[in-house]
Design a protein around this ligand. Sequence first.
Ligand code: HEM
Length: 492
Amino acid sequence: MFVLLFLVLLLIILLVSWLSFYLDKKHTNVRGPLPYPLIGNANSLFAIESTEFMNVLSRLEEKYDKTALIYLFSQRYILTSDPKFIEGIVSSAKLTDKGKSYYFMEPWLGEGLLTSSGPRWKAHRKFLTPAFHFNILHQFLPIFCKNATVLIKKLHNIAIKNCSTNLFPIIALAALDNVTESIMAVSFNAQGDSGSEFVKAVDAISTVISKRMWNPFLDLLFPLTSYKTKQDKALKILHGQTIKIIKARQEELKKMNISELVLHTKHGTKNKHTFLDLLLLAEVDGKKISDQWIREEVDTFLFEGHDTITSAITFCLYCLAQNQDIQEKVFQEQKNIFGHEFDRSPSSNDLQQMKYLEFVIKESLRLFPSVPIIQRKILEDTVINGMRIPKNTSIVLDLFNMQRDPRVYEDPLEFRPERFENTGRNPFTWLPFSAGPRNCIGQKFAMMEMKVTISEIIRNFIILPTGQVPILAAELILRTVNGVNLKIVPRL
Ligand code: HEM
């Protein structure tokens, strides 16, 4: 009798769940696979490895003409790699709210610029934008050059061993020094301390966050799992490091007797304050910014400003190793720019002349975008590109598969920097920095750092492939599970 009652109850629950999916689907004209009662389509995305994730998205988008509706349990998602749809979302001044996945970053980044939404994001963005003005970025060039020189020395020591090396962790340390010294005005000499706890902690927390994002059961039991212990350990290191940076800069400002933001000197020229000074000295609505707000923004910029660039530089070097003719063209461009002074550091003018290198970087970011997917949450019923989207839908913008779509790029898997010579292309088909109001605030900073670092490497070394194919993993950023192993040979 009890079993019968249980079965009837179960049947009713399944029927109600199936009916609610059926009715929900009527609110949109986006098509997708049939959801199963209770779990929706979680069976196809649930608990998959980060190495499979982009393939699963690609298969779903392919089947439903680039845009698919799926349900992860009761949560409605639209996955899209359609440039028109993506343009409608990213260019909208209204659709700026972040999707649920960003919630998993909150233990680390709090409500920093990347994760916040609504009025808080608007106020922070307005406040921080001047810190990324070209005139300020200009001052960072000597820092990038100094850290590139240290990197070259390290690479020379590796090159003499004449074996292949995973370049990812080596580049990561240089990128970390660049971001802390330029944006925070403090140095940790991460390149001198190769066992950097910070870099390992970023790796650990990225893994935990991406596991939580795609495994709702793990999220449910999270506090009881070993992932929580891993997260706590990583956060202790990451937050500890940030607090150290903030304290160090506070001490320096005290020593220099600077207690408030002075935007102009008494001679009328503009004072150039760093990003961290802006946070430490400025007042918003007549009040100093709270320590927690400062920590969250510093963490956000440390994360965004170091892991993304590491991924971009490393994959670019991989592409150059695979395409020796293109590497040679980059080298020739460097020779034309530097002439007899081949060892000097690049000036801003030199960087502007590195047009071919810029195409190379853009093409490698097309194939290997550091941020492969981004998410938005739609808060009110909306129509985009003829598609009806009900409120409370999460939209997954699949930049990775859009930039590899043969309907968007001819022979998409071929590495062809010349594609970017054509300036008449639709700008929404190349979105590694996203676009619109929530685009990457650090895009110019990133391009400058990448050019300096790759220019130095190519002037000093020939990069050779090793036959190893990187196995891509879409975690918080695009990385590989088997490193990016390349061989570097000093140029004579
Ligand atoms: C190759 C390097 C980089 C790539 C590919 C990249 C890519 C992106 C993308 C795609 C977004 C949008 C994310 C979203 O909507 O969820 C973004 C946002 C952001 N990026 Fe970058 N980024 C890079 C470097 C940097 C650097 C160097 C900084 C800072 C120094 C930075 C700071 C930020 C911040 C703060 C946001 C959030 C902006 C907002 O929501 O208003 N990024 N980035």
